[in-house]
Design a protein around this ligand. Structure first.
Ligand code: LMR
Length: 396
């Protein structure tokens, strides 16, 4: 039966890591997948995470199943982080959160819910977007449409084109927004633009789905939620898929959440019961460890402060690498204005390198970046900057 199955194409992001691991060249550099590295090139476990983990080990009494929707204190902590502790969305209980196995798990759960229970199974995603979005949504049976987002000439958001594409969306359609640190461009709407988008969704009765995977990597943990919070003022219904892979460094613990906001507590409870049914049919209930760590940190004043400082440290280091990258490119004789790289938010730089240049970087210089030209700045260090920029200068 299996002999007729053809080999699947490698994943555009995780497939690169597989190829990188097999690459025997000592000087290889992996700037494909979005994983934070410190200045020594390691992906550290945050100190706040280690402390919370110790507390968990000391105090944990059982490994019994969590409920379908997961850890209760975690769900409450997630909502406060997303919407603000005193937000009406939280206090009115019209937001309900299911713990999910990573942001991807949350997106897939959302997609299954949309497909089975909403009037439209069409979802609009930005052009470009995270390479896995189309995969997740198509696999769940959704029709994926693109809205304009990036202007390659100005290297900025093409807001008028974005509005023009979304004007074609129909009532009930879902629109995916990146909460902050747009992946792959690093370009986010301004607060004014978020307000216009929220009003557009409310007027056209579109359902916003936020993918929020980088809270804290643009300006700050609270500041980065501004776009989402504007939406809650205009749209009475929305979905948020959040991830703690990056901001807690909990990549392999798979810690995320799917939050549903409805117009009141009762509507939310009924809709959420269907999300729970979907989860039960899919992975039954989530793993406990990572969510417990996050709940401990967010509910403890000292650990929370420490975590906020650690997120700031990661954010500042990435920004320093952006500046060093631009300076080093110039030192290597690369002409042109690359200052746009310092204005992008989050882990990635959308470099403008072509597919061919990306292939040459890999084949001839052992530098791995995503085919779209997306470079993970979070993987740059003072040590790999010179060989990296030398290789880029050579392919340009
Ligand atoms: C990325 O975009 O590199 C990360 O979100 C990791 C992934 O799963 O693709």
């Amino acid at each position: 039966m299996f002999e007729k199955i053809v080999t699947a194409a490698a994943d555009p992001i995780l497939g690169l890591t597989e190829a990188f691991v097999k690459d025997p060249r000592a000087e290889k550099i992996n700037l494909g997948v979005g994983i934070y590295k410190d200045e020594t090139g390691q992906t550290p476990i945050l100190k706040s995470v280690k402390l919370a983990e110790q507390k968990l080990i000391d105090e944990e009494k059982s490994k019994s199943y969590l409920s379908i929707e997961g850890h209760k204190a975690y769900a409450s902590a997630v909502q406060k982080l997303l919407f603000g502790a005193d937000s009406e969305v939280v206090t009115s209980q019209r937001a309900i959160t299911a713990q999910a196995p990573g942001g991807t798990g949350a997106l897939r759960t959302a997609a299954d819910f949309i497909k089975s229970h909403l009037t439209s199974d069409r979802i609009w995603v930005s052009n470009p977007t995270w390479a896995n979005h189309g995969n997740v949504f198509n696999t769940a049976g959704l029709e994926v449409k693109q809205y304009a987002y990036y202007n390659a000439e100005t290297r900025d958001l093409d807001f008028n084109a974005m509005l023009a594409s979304l004007a074609e969306a129909e009532a009930g359609d879902v629109v995916l927004f990146h909460g902050c640190c747009h992946n792959p461009t690093g370009i986010d709407p301004t607060l004014e633009q978020w307000t216009t988008l929220a009003q557009l969704c409310a007027n056209k009765k579109l359902l916003p789905l936020f993918d929020f995977a980088y809270q804290g990597f643009a300006i700050g943990v609270e500041e980065d939620a501004a776009g989402l919070r504007v939406f809650t003022e205009h749209c009475e219904e929305l979905l948020v898929a959040n991830s703690f892979s990056k901001n807690f460094g909990l990549y392999n613990e798979r810690v995320g959440g799917l939050t549903l906001v409805a117009k009141n507590k009762d509507v939310a409870a009924a809709a959420f019961s269907q999300i729970k049914s979907g989860i039960r049919a899919n992975y039954s209930n989530p793993p406990a460890h990572g969510a417990a760590i996050v709940a401990i940190i967010l509910d403890d004043e000292v650990l929370r402060k420490q975590w906020i400082a650690e997120v700031a440290e990661m954010r500042v280091r990435i920004h320093e690498m952006r500046e060093l990258f631009v300076v080093t490119l110039a030192e290597m004789g690369v002409t042109g204005d690359y200052s746009f790289i310092t204005r992008q938010n989050g882990m990635f730089s959308f470099s403008g390198l072509t597919k061919e240049q990306v292939a040459t970087l890999k084949d001839e210089h052992a530098v791995y970046i995503v085919g779209s030209g997306r470079i993970s700045v979070a993987g740059m260090t003072k040590n790999n900057m010179q060989p990296l920029c030398k290789a880029i200068a050579a392919v340009l």
